[in-house]
Ligand binder design. Structure first.
Ligand code: HEM
Length: 527
């Protein structure tokens, strides 16, 4: 029997279409059609009338159908012999537009046709402005022990409690066709469906960012994007940005190391980048930085392997994630945090709220918190992965924003982006909600009860040393990884004009003299 219910979505429409094609193929020839097994009183669901007879018939007089008095004679259709029906399921009325007579015209009133086409042209949700290409996985999080000393966050109190999660891995720059292995910032966002509501933890594989203030973020993204003139890759946009942005030096030493190229999310780390605040039941606050450690170990690939992989399989990381979960393997990441008493913030040689800096692991050890276990694939990419809406402002009691300027700049813009791409009801989509909860009703705000003071200003915050940690990063690499970092930079920087090369080399010299010398030698090889 043909399903005559209207499709509620494009997806259903396609499924129904495929079902009908399959059924039609199985159905015996029309002359041998069995009687309708479930005849309905009006007969509307029974097999519709058979194909028009194969013997050519004169076409109905279209003039008599379409207001003959107003149509000139030369508009009449030529009297063609009717062709035999060549459709497998020509008895399926839903395959045809509604026409005035068999050869048309198609009637404007055919709302079913318009709905079918309008559903098709509108079925694709708008893409994210960033992190367009992504893959998802469901799982759960379980703490190792109660973290009540540091936070009252409900899902971190009881080691026996499992909190359901959804994780989306993504590439920050590029389109749906960008190869998974290319040099990129990779996103690692997790939604925790807690009993107090949604908590989102957005991480990148690189622990620092290009900028410490959100104001220049659009400029950074433009520098990483294709040329606005011809849509072709233009490395001079990036290197010009780096030449003008010494604070990006530290990020450069991560992005242009092998950490920038990878063929697997299972062996990739994640870092919250920004500094958040944990608050316990007594109101004691801690600065907190988040880190995910893959239990499979961290592994990255070099630029040559990344390029080769990009050509061979642009979906390598997504496929590996999907097939591992489909085979029943679980993928695990340990959540660790670094905690700093805000009273100590003046005792570190940098601003702990500056996201171009990392915290020393000796001074602020990585404290294990719990285990994220990814265990199954999404069943519907569009409604689960595409329509997932993460925000650093999706917080629950016990977790707050700090005064990290970049984080505060991010706090509104994700919801705004989601209103644009998913509509104002984005929080009601099942992937984005826990029943009965909405941030507007939860009244979780940052720093309730914290004193705030200061003179209005637009100024560079305390400590703007952009070089020390970048130099430390270079020196922390072994010889092979130093070689890769330097070669990755040299392979692009050598081709830049002098007015870009010079300030970049000056900045690198301020990071580390040997780093700069190594780079100059390597650039000479390319020249
Ligand atoms: C001012 C700076 C930033 C702005 C304006 C910004 C803006 C955005 C926007 C608009 C999206 C897409 C949201 C959506 O449509 O759902 C996005 C996604 C994302 N952002 Fe940012 N971002 C900033 C900085 C950062 C930083 C520092 C991180 C580091 C953790 C980060 C991590 C992510 C991740 C992981 C995603 C992907 C989320 C997903 O999978 O849906 N962003 N960002």
């Amino acid at each position: 029997m043909i399903d005559r219910q209207e499709p509620s979505s494009f997806h259903e429409m396609i499924e129904r279409y495929n079902r009908q094609i399959q059924e039609a193929k199985r159905r015996p020839p029309i002359s041998e059609s069995p009687p309708c097994p479930n005849p309905e009183p009006q007969g509307s669901s029974c097999p519709p009338p058979p194909c028009p007879p194969q013997k050519p018939q004169p076409l109905p007089d279209r003039e008599s159908v379409a207001s003959p008095s107003r149509r000139p004679a030369h508009h009449s259709a030529p009297s063609l012999p009717e062709k035999p029906c060549d459709k497998v399921s020509c008895d399926d009325k839903t395959d045809f537009s509604q026409t005035a007579g068999i050869r048309g015209p198609v009637l404007l009133q055919d709302s079913i046709l318009h709905e079918t086409l309008a559903t098709f042209v509108n079925h694709k949700p708008l893409e994210r402005v960033l992190h367009v290409k992504g893959y998802g996985a469901f799982g759960y999080f379980q703490p190792y022990q109660s973290m009540s000393k540091y936070t009252k966050a409900c899902f971190l109190q009881d080691p026996a409690q499992r909190t359901p999660t959804f994780t989306r891995f993504s590439l920050m720059i590029g389109s749906q066709d960008t190869p998974d292995s290319c040099r990129n910032v990779r996103g690692f966002s997790t939604k925790f469906y807690t009993k107090d509501g949604i908590f989102d933890l957005l991480c990148n594989q690189i622990p620092v960012f290009f900028l410490r203030d959100a104001m220049r973020f659009p400029e950074a993204i433009a520098a990483l994007s294709p040329s606005p003139v011809n849509n072709l890759p233009d490395p001079s946009l990036f290197w010009d940005f780096i030449a003008r942005t010494p604070q990006a030096m530290h990020m450069l030493t991560w992005l242009y190391s092998d950490v920038g190229t990878s063929c697997s999310f299972q062996t990739m780390g994640g870092h919250g980048v920004n500094t958040f605040v944990w608050c316990n039941a007594e109101g004691k606050r801690w600065y907190v930085k988040y880190h995910w450690i893959p239990l499979a170990g961290e592994r990255y690939i070099d630029r040559h392997e990344a390029q080769q992989t990009a050509g061979q399989n642009p979906y390598i990381a997504g496929q590996s994630l999907y097939h591992s979960l489909a085979r029943g393997q679980v993928i695990e990441y340990e959540l660790r945090v670094q905690l700093m008493d805000p009273a100590d913030e003046n005792n570190v040689p940098f601003d702990p709220l500056d996201d171009t800096k990392i915290w020393s692991e000796t001074q602020y050890p990585l404290l294990p918190v719990g285990l994220l276990t990814l265990e199954h694939n999404p069943d519907d990419y569009r409604s689960q992965v595409e329509q997932s809406a993460f925000s650093p402002a999706n917080l629950i009691e016990g977790i707050e924003l700090s005064n990290d300027a970049m984080l505060q700049g991010r706090s509104f813009i994700y919801w705004d982006a989601q209103r644009r791409r998913l509509g104002p009801g984005f929080r009601d989509l099942s992937i984005n909600c826990t029943p009965g909860w909405s941030p507007a009703r939860s009244f979780v705000t940052s720093g309730e009860g914290m004193p705030v003071s200061g003179v209005e200003t637009r100024a560079c915050p305390r400590d703007s040393d952009p070089f020390t940690q970048a130099g430390e990063r270079y020196r922390s690499l072994d010889a092979l990884n130093q070689e890769h970092l330097v070669d990755n930079i040299a392979s692009e920087l050598y081709a830049m004009p002098k007015h870009i090369q010079k300030p970049v080399l000056d900045s690198i010299q301020k990071c580390d003299q040997a780093f700069a010398q190594h780079l100059v030698r390597q650039m000479e090889i390319y020249c």
